[in-house]
Design a protein around this ligand. Structure first.
Ligand code: AMP
Ligand code: ZN
Length: 113
């Protein structure tokens, strides 16, 4: 599968790693939209996007959300942050390996969408 995030997991493409454990990887976004912009992914490519989340595979998603406060603290953005996932064409998803954007480090625009 020609997936850029799988290549990052495998080490075939370098990344600026922020957090890693057996299940998930977090790295700095290459085109940050804010002073802090981290991409968090399951290492296994079991879901293309949020539309693929089920009761059977959601434990890794819970793990990502349990880890987000730790990353936010490490990055010093406890003051406020946003977690975003884009699913599908209309949302502008550009990498079809489920991922969550953790964004902060500035006052974010009040509106999304
Ligand atoms: P999305 O548009 O929601 O699918 O998000 C994909 C994100 O991955 C974008 O914000 C890209 O800037 C980011 N991205 C793409 N390639 C890389 C890379 N090699 N290293 C870090 N971030 C990347
Ligand atoms: Zn992948």
């Amino acid at each position: 599968m020609d997936c850029i995030f799988c290549k990052i997991v495998n080490g075939d493409i370098p990344s600026s790693k922020v957090y890693e454990d057996d299940l998930i990887l977090a790295f700095n976004d290459i085109q940050p939209v804010a002073p802090v912009h981290v991409v968090i992914i399951p290492k296994a490519h079991t879901m293309n996007g949020a539309a693929d989340i089920t009761a059977e595979n959601s434990s890794v998603i819970a793990h990502i959300f349990e880890t987000i406060p730790k990353i936010a603290k490490e990055k010093g953005i406890e003051n406020g942050f946003r977690v975003v996932t884009n699913n599908g064409t209309d949302a502008g998803q550009s990498v079809n390996h489920i991922h969550f954007h953790l964004i902060g480090g500035k006052v974010l625009e009040a509106k999304i969408g």
